[in-house]
Write a protein that binds this ligand. Structure first.
Ligand code: HPA
Ligand SMILES: [Zn+2]
Length: 332
């Protein structure tokens, strides 16, 4: 099973680039940029990665992102993630970035996106890895702040495929951002939103009906509504599930209790993703491995999860078919 996981080409659809900042790079950048971080060494950092819910993680994640200052920093961050993609056989990746985490500290929008973009161009040239960029609005901030971010993004419209919604979910429902998502969708951006990670399934309905979401990030709380499950199945609405994240943030008590197999058996379009791999103990293959070691997933289930990652991606249909054929080829 583990051999199968490793040999299958995959797409990753739910990856926060700031969440791929490994402690080693965090230390190097902190030193170079003369930024204080509250850790004395790498072991100390790893000890701090002990979360009780989403917010306890976010506090540490935003503090870590403070070390990112220059375009080269964002390049190095992205390039380090690309090397993990090579290792894990990820051939297409759709990465999130949080512009407000950086612009609030005085780092220019252009600095961030140009660093990410040039690493992704090199990933294509060097390894043939395709990618796209999704910009997330921080939901703990106001809709006005999201509008400012959307305006800044318009200068990079061709570099950004979609907009998303992340950060503190509870108390910040999708409907807080109705107008800015309407404008983004009308401007031609794809729409995704974190919904039903910690908050209840009503947030998933809002993401679908109010934001006109093309995918739901996480979405695991859908399980509590039969009507919603039926709808997600009928529409084949993708859920980008992140098992390690859900365990580390205590959304489920253990891998044995994770509902991904139930969602899959129901006929939903679920995929496996790493979310914030530097913080949640592993990249995409490790997420798959943790699942197969704890749940009765079959080889066919693994293939379905992997194919779903391509089906749910924002690439054009021809490339999608080509990638699905590569999965079949790897199975021969
Ligand atoms: O899992 C997450 N949920 C919400 N916001 C986030 N920002 C990074 N990771 C996450
Ligand atoms: Zn996420």
């Amino acid at each position: 099973m583990i051999e199968l996981i490793k040999k299958l080409p995959k797409a990753e659809l739910h990856l926060h680039i700031e969440g791929s900042l490994e402690p080693e790079l965090m230390f190097r950048l902190a030193q170079k940029n003369d930024i204080q971080i509250p850790y004395k060494d790498i072991d100390d950092v790893r000890r701090a990665y002990n979360f009780t819910n989403l917010q306890t993680f976010l506090d540490i994640y935003y503090a870590g992102a403070n070390v990112l200052i220059t375009q080269q920093d964002f390049y190095d961050l992205t390039w380090a993630y690309i090397l993990k993609c090579v290792e894990d056989n990820v051939i297409h990746t759709e990465i999130f970035f949080d512009p407000q985490t950086h612009t609030e500290r005085g780092v220019e929008f252009a600095t961030v996106i140009n660093g990410i973009k040039s690493a992704l161009a090199d990933a294509k040239a060097e390894y043939g890895i395709s990618s796209c960029i999704i910009m997330c609005f921080l939901r703990h901030l106001s809709q006005d702040a999201a509008f400012e971010t959307l305006e800044a993004a318009m200068a990079f419209k061709d570099d950004i495929v979609g907009v998303g919604l992340d950060s503190s979910e509870l108390g910040n429902p999708p409907s807080k951002f109705t107008e800015v998502f309407r404008q983004a969708k009308d401007a031609g951006f794809k729409v995704v939103a974190h919904a039903g990670e910690e908050a209840d399934f009503s947030y998933i309905y809002e993401a679908l009906d109010v934001l006109r979401s093309d995918r739901i990030d996480h979405g695991v709380q859908a399980i509590h509504s039969e009507a919603l499950m039926q709808r997600l199945k009928e529409e084949q609405m993708p859920l980008t599930v992140c098992p390690n994240s859900n365990i580390e943030l205590k959304v489920f008590e253990s891998y044995q209790n994770h509902n991904i197999k139930t969602l899959l058996d129901y006929g939903l379009n679920v995929s496996v993703n790493s979310d914030d791999p530097a913080y949640f103990k592993g990249y995409i293959n490790q997420n798959f491995i943790n699942l197969v070691e704890n749940l009765p997933l079959t080889e066919d289930d693994i293939v379905t999860l992997v194919k779903n990652s391509f089906r749910a991606s924002f690439i054009d249909d021809d490339l999608k078919q080509a990638y699905l054929a590569r999965v079949d080829l790897a199975l021969q």
